[in-house]
Design a binder for this molecule. Structure first.
Ligand SMILES: [Zn+2]
Length: 517
């Protein structure tokens, strides 16, 4: 059976979700993660809808993607306009991606009421745009908006719109359940109808409005669909898109179909957490497969049975998707994770390396206090480095002071920092438009005297999260900082009851990491 292609639209449809916003730097990091994971396509955004997406594609031109093909998203040309003079289509070519995905209208209701054009002009808009993009050397994915609602209303016309895309030379035609209200039987019947009418590769794009996003995507495979669109963690507008975090392991472990590389699935939970951390969302513990509760055993009999025969109450070994059993914290798994991470960071370690036990205990202790290392590879690298090499820190912050005052309409923050490097010390003051900004400026101006290379380091992102007091203490603040020196990016973390203290920890790690590279 042919491979099922995974088309990720987390960076476009996923960002329609409530509470999901990504900076350009976030989007680039996510795209790189998805590429390493092995999805086939990454839809980066809609250049015609906002400047941030134009900027993303501009920067993506300088990146290399090894497995995935980058796609720009847009729509068919406007009515009564030559496709070559349509600005929105021009922006799609400017994005300079190997793949362009355009959506067009299937549903007569939309053709007449929303576009306010004729059925014939709509067909011409589809064929013209697809053909134009093909003539410009693009791999074209045609997204048939409202494919199922349209077909339920007027199947002959719907099929004609898909054939219009095929005539233009589309490489994939994706049927979209845009409103998310279809049931599996309808999806199967209509994709079967499309399969009979078309020879091109068929795709599916579903939404989870009635909890059937994943089921609807999977049932379409029976009609010969081999391309699934969705988002990591099911991000998306309303109740979300088809959740790829479920689709990918189901294809591998339940259907035995090939899609993403099998070995990537062991990093599925990590990918899911990375997205939540980057979106600054609290991970959903009840998410299938990757949620913290997905393999947790609370009932006494379950725990007992699981201890005797692990699969007695589990549908699959959680390690296959990088998750873990909640009651039996596997020391071995934890140890291997640290070893894997240390190797990834360039340290030569094995399961037998001395100090590993202490390192693992330290990571667990910090995680218990609220630290998260999924998006803070810089802090984790420092922790591993300190444990393995016992090196002195390149600098120590002996004292700091932050104050804030308001003058008329503007507020001014001032920070004083005292740092020590070897036997020397420096004392600096700086202003900033917030306490963290001021602290960063003061710290940096004290340190560049000793380490001029820190001049290149820039703070690219700053995220704050209040962590629950589930361990019986007061609420804590977790700060995640993203930094860049122009060629690489790294993340660092700080946790404290006080936001300024947590920020300082993350800032210190950020600069220290820059020095150890
Ligand atoms: Zn959608």
């Amino acid at each position: 059976m042919s491979q099922v292609e995974i088309y990720d639209t987390t960076l476009r449809d996923g960002t329609q979700g409530e509470g999901v916003t990504f900076s350009v730097a976030d989007k680039l990091r996510i795209a790189e993660r998805l590429d390493v994971f092995g999805v086939h396509y990454i839809e980066g955004g809609w250049p015609g809808s906002n400047p941030r997406d134009i900027e993303f594609f501009e920067q993506a031109k300088h990146r290399t993607f090894h497995r995935a093909k980058l796609a720009a998203f847009g729509s068919t040309r406007r009515k009564d306009v030559h496709v070559g003079s349509d600005d929105q289509v021009r922006l799609l070519l400017d994005a300079d991606t190997p793949v362009v995905t355009i959506f067009g209208k299937t549903w007569m209701l939309h053709v007449r009421e929303v576009l306010q054009t004729t059925p014939e002009e709509n067909l011409a808009m589809i064929t013209d745009t697809v053909r134009y993009l093909k003539d410009h050397g693009k791999f074209v994915v045609y997204d048939a908006e409202h494919a199922f609602d349209g077909a339920k209303d007027d199947v002959e016309y719907s099929v004609a719109t898909w054939q219009a895309a095929e005539r233009g030379g589309a490489d994939v035609i994706t049927l979209c359940d845009t409103n998310g209200g279809s049931v599996p039987a309808d999806i199967l019947a209509i994709t079967t109808r499309a399969r009979q009418a078309l020879t091109v590769r068929l795709g599916i794009h579903t939404h989870d409005d009635i909890g059937l996003g994943v089921a609807n995507a999977l049932v379409s495979l029976e009609a010969g669909v081999t391309h699934i669109q969705g988002t990591v963690n099911g991000y998306g507008e309303r109740t979300g898109n088809c959740n790829l975090t479920s689709v990918m392991p189901i294809l591998q472990f339940k259907y035995g179909r090939s899609s993403v590389p099998a070995e990537s699935l062991a990093q599925l939970k990590e990918l899911s957490q990375f997205l939540d951390e980057t979106a600054n969302l609290r991970p959903n513990p009840r998410l299938p497969w990757v949620g913290a509760a997905a393999f947790s055993h609370k009932g006494g009999t379950h725990v007992n049975a699981v201890q005797k025969v692990v699969h007695s109450y589990e549908h699959i070994d959680p390690a296959l998707i990088g998750n873990s059993r909640h009651v039996l914290i596997s020391d071995l798994a934890g140890r291997s994770n640290i070893v894997m991470k240390a190797r990834e960071l360039g340290f030569d370690v094995t399961n037998a390396t001395p100090g590993l036990r202490e390192m693992l205990d330290r990571v667990k202790e910090l995680e218990h206090k609220g630290y998260e290392f999924e998006s803070a590879d810089g802090s984790l690298a420092l922790l591993i480095r300190r444990a393995l090499t016992g090196e002195e820190r390149p600098f120590v912050v002996d004292a700091y002071h932050v104050s804030m005052r308001r003058e008329g309409q503007t507020s001014v923050c001032e920070a004083t920092v005292k740092v020590r490097v070897g036997k020397e010390s420096a004392h600096t003051v700086a202003d900033g438009d917030g306490p963290v900004n001021a602290l960063d400026a003061a710290l940096r101006s004290a340190l560049v005297k000793f380490y001029p290379q820190l001049e290149q380091v820039r703070l690219t992102d700053y995220k704050v999260r209040i962590i629950d007091s589930t361990i019986g203490t007061a609420a804590r603040t977790r700060v995640l900082i993203e930094s860049s020196n122009g060629t690489t990016e790294w993340g660092t973390v700080g946790v404290d009851d006080n936001i300024v203290e947590a920020s300082l920890q993350a800032l210190v790690d950020s600069l220290e990491y820059a020095l150890t590279r």
